[in-house]
Ligand binder design. Structure first.
Ligand SMILES: [Zn+2]
Length: 295
């Protein structure tokens, strides 16, 4: 059975709907999002605000950030920028660096409360990046790098990790699954392949059987998430080990210098290290067969 062809009116409707959804300005080279597409990205509805006593008091910080933003707009803003009176809104979220939205023709700059108490100069740099990307100006790369250096400090990554585990309902923060215990598998791999030198990240299972990936490592949260399809009887342990080992290599190689501004995800050195896993071939074959059968 074929799909009935779309009428011209349908196409116009679709296109204008797509236009409404499209962000007003792309940010060149600036990834606003922390969790890559297709990587079990939590939906807004799945973000669980912390109970009030754990919620950071953000009003004072929001006002502080607003004062910094007001100054930037006053000193260097275009007429359009001044008309749109950008407002800072701190959000209890973990999945973006920043986002922008319009409400009543006024620009809202949405920032995560993870970074709410950042130093003034970091906040100013980030807000300059936001304005530049929103109003199609040249993005000040060094300010973006300054922000990233702040965001990737161990204390901020730890805070982001705690909030990720608390707010993200698409994962379960308990490493012990129904069949496999990620803690135990991690410790064994760490002993055999890393001389127990790899610091333990947070280890979590997806709640549902994710359809896109068997596992991933999020550097900005120091967390390895494993697809719970691997937590079933009938899954050979070496298949889970192969996936976890791959993600552990990502953690080991985090912070490596970028080449040409972009880090290669699986450079030759990574692929060579991957083959040190003794059951690399059987594990890879099992994963390939699994996806092949799942299609
Ligand atoms: Zn990878």
């Amino acid at each position: 059975m074929g799909v009935p062809p779309l009428s011209a009116a349908d196409l116009v409707r679709r296109r204008s709907a797509a236009r409404r959804r499209a962000p007003s300005a792309p940010a060149p080279n600036i990834p606003r999002t922390l969790v890559p597409e297709g990587h079990c990205r939590p939906e807004a509805a799945e973000l669980d605000p912390l109970p009030p006593e754990q919620r950071p008091a953000s009003e004072a910080h929001q006002q502080r950030l607003q004062r910094i933003l007001d100054r930037l707009v006053q000193e260097g803003g275009s007429a359009r920028m001044k008309r749109e009176r950008p407002q800072v809104r701190l959000r209890p979220t973990i999945d973006y660096h920043f986002r922008t939205a319009y409400r009543n023709d006024l620009l809202q700059v949405l920032l995560s409360d993870v970074i709410q108490d950042c130093p003034d100069e970091v906040a100013q740099g980030l807000l300059e990046v936001v304005l530049a990307s929103q109003y199609r100006r040249k993005v000040p790369e060094e300010l973006w790098q300054r922000y990233l250096r702040y965001r990737r400090q161990p204390s901020i990554v730890k805070r982001a990790q705690v909030l990720f585990l608390a707010r993200n309902r698409s994962i379960t923060p308990v490493p012990k699954g129904k069949v496999f215990d990620l803690d135990e598998v991690f410790a064994a791999l760490n002993l055999v392949y890393f001389d127990t030198q790899l610091p333990r990240p947070a280890l979590a299972w997806t709640v549902r059987h994710a359809r896109t990936t068997l596992g991933y490592y999020l550097e900005d949260f120091d967390i390895i998430v494993i697809n719970s399809v691997l937590d079933r009887r009938g899954v050979p342990r070496f298949a889970l080990e192969g996936v976890l080992y791959h993600e552990m290599l990502h953690k080991q190689q985090e912070g490596l210098p970028h080449r040409g501004g972009r880090r290669r995800h699986h450079p030759p050195s990574f692929q060579a290290a991957e083959r040190r896993f003794l059951l690399f071939e059987p594990a890879r074959k099992w994963c390939e067969d699994y996806w092949g059968a799942a299609d």
